[in-house]
Design a protein around this ligand. Sequence first.
Ligand SMILES: [Cu+2]
Length: 141
Amino acid sequence: MRFAWAVAALGLIVTALVAPGPGESPAAARPGVITMGHEEFGRSVTTIRAGQRLTFSNTSHWLHVLVPGRGARQNSQPGLPRLGSRNAHLSERGDHWTTDPWKVPGTYAITCQLHPEMTLEVRVLPRASTPRLRAAGGRPS
Ligand SMILES: [Cu+2]
């Protein structure tokens, strides 16, 4: 009897760990982490600073093919880090992938080649000015 109860309790714990929660998971709220659902990104706009990376987390049951562009149409956007050898990232269920650093400030877009509804605007702000430079009282000679 006791053993059966323990098995049942363990089953509940495993279910809680495996089952996706309703709506966005807590990870989705972390800056720089973009979740992917059935035909959507967890958000439509994200803002980072130059030098930072983005992480894409495929929490859906679907395959996504991330490329630079909008509405499933790939285009070239100078300044956007390459997304793989063919400038595309294949994201299968459970995939958790981090881009190279975004080095050039500007506004970019990433889409999924399979789902035209998916477009993520990425705004890259200039790097924050370093307090060290300001304390030095000007630019280095
Ligand atoms: Cu997709």
